[in-house]
Ligand binder design. Structure first.
Ligand code: ADP
Length: 359
């Protein structure tokens, strides 16, 4: 089922939690709502669930206007970060609960509970009480319960945040598998960019109630709409530094106080006249170490070095400007070395100096 939000605004007294959000969620997709705390993710979820009434705008499920439809009549399943299982009920009774409310026959309820338990791989735990389960198992029960009523839309509010790192990874893979198997349109709220990148068909990234970008994860990583999105995605984070457009025989971008310019690609030439200041964004993996001054975009002293899996992360400094770069361990870089970095062709991102909008 397609979900449409049309210029949806939500105000709490003088706080605008959501400002004219317009977006279409495609049927069968898993969409992440991503952004820092307070950006309006939960508000968006609660609006879809019918737990808030929008101050303005329209919400459609398919072609049906939902603004006045009560939460219990929306055909949604919801999972919260604290699982919110009924402690006095067994796993089976918890999963059956939405069907009991709908007055489904007992046999059908039991069969559905069994199917859902199999789907989330907790078939052997049906007779236990929630307190006899691990956090990961409790979250699976919560997902089974949310799916038991065959919802048209599944809403997940930071469902992994109470799990430890390994369980978080495992449960995230499980959520993706279950979502694919059931094909249910799913909205997943998270503040964790890595989680959103790994699990989603599309990410909606927000800041202070405003939509920043809505597209598939890889596209968002490679073509961020603005400096905020660029900085929010990626770990270690992108390097953002002041730059200026030069023309010493060939149009280029000069970073910080460097002597050499990186050639400007055709994409940027018209937007950036000579002398124009901008913000350059270079991801740590997009540098390369070089001895060739013609390729050098930044030179500095290595002030920090650590190993991250197969890569070495270094931090280099020049005149109070810091740059992070991922380099090959065999490059044999030592603390205190002075090294030069080039930028891989076509990888530099450029943003407006004031608005942060991508060129
Ligand atoms: P997120 O889920 O991204 O952390 P929220 O949607 O919870 O953000 O909140 C967005 C903004 O709306 C915040 O400034 C928050 O303080 C405010 N807000 C959310 N719910 C309420 C409420 N019930 N009453 C007043 N302000 C609220």
């Amino acid at each position: 089922m397609k979900i449409t939000m049309k210029e949806v605004t939500m105000k709490f007294n003088d706080v605008t939690a959501l400002d004219q959000l317009s977006v279409d969620f495609e049927p069968g997709n898993l969409i992440s709502l991503l952004g820092p705390s307070g950006c309006g993710k939960s508000t968006t979820l609660f609006l879809l669930a019918g737990l808030h009434q929008p101050t303005a705008g329209e919400i459609y499920f398919g072609s049906q206007l939902m603004n006045q439809v009560r939460p219990e009549n929306r055909g949604i399943g919801m999972v919260f970060q604290n699982y919110a299982l009924y402690p006095h009920m067994t796993v089976q009774e918890n999963i059956e609960f939405p069907l009991k409310i709908k007055k489904a026959p007992e046999k059908e309820r039991a069969r559905r509970a069994m199917d859902m338990a199999e789907l989330v791989k907790i078939g052997e735990l049906l007779k236990r009480k929630p307190r006899q389960l691990s956090g990961g198992q409790q979250q699976r029960v919560a997902i089974a319960r949310a799916l038991a009523g065959s919802p048209k839309l599944l809403l997940l509010d930071e469902p992994l945040s109470n799990l430890d790192a390994r369980l978080r990874l495992e449960t995230r893979e499980e959520i993706r598998r279950i979502q694919r198997e059931t094909g249910v349109t799913t909205i997943f709220v998270t503040h964790d960019q890595e989680e959103a990148m790994s699990i989603s068909d599309k990410i909606l990234i927000m800041n202070a109630g405003h939509q920043q970008q809505f597209c598939p994860p890889q596209e968002m990583y490679e073509k961020p709409a603005n400096a905020f999105v660029a900085a929010f995605l990626g770990n270690p984070p992108i390097n953002l530094m002041e730059a200026v457009c030069t023309d010493a025989g060939m149009p280029g971008i000069r970073l910080h106080t460097m002597e050499h310019a990186v050639p400007l690609t055709d994409v940027f030439r018209e937007a950036l006249p000579t002398g124009q200041r901008c913000q350059a964004g270079i991801r740590p993996e997009d540098w390369f170490v070089t001895n060739d001054t013609a390729h050098t975009a930044f030179t500095g002293k290595v002030i920090h070095k650590e190993t991250i899996g197969r890569d070495t992360l270094i931090r280099i400094e020049r005149d109070g400007v810091f740059v992070r770069a991922l380099v090959q361990p065999q490059a044999n870089i030592l603390l205190g070395d002075s090294i030069s970095l080039g930028v891989q062709s076509g990888k530099m991102k450029l943003f407006h100096i004031d608005t942060g909008k991508a060129y």
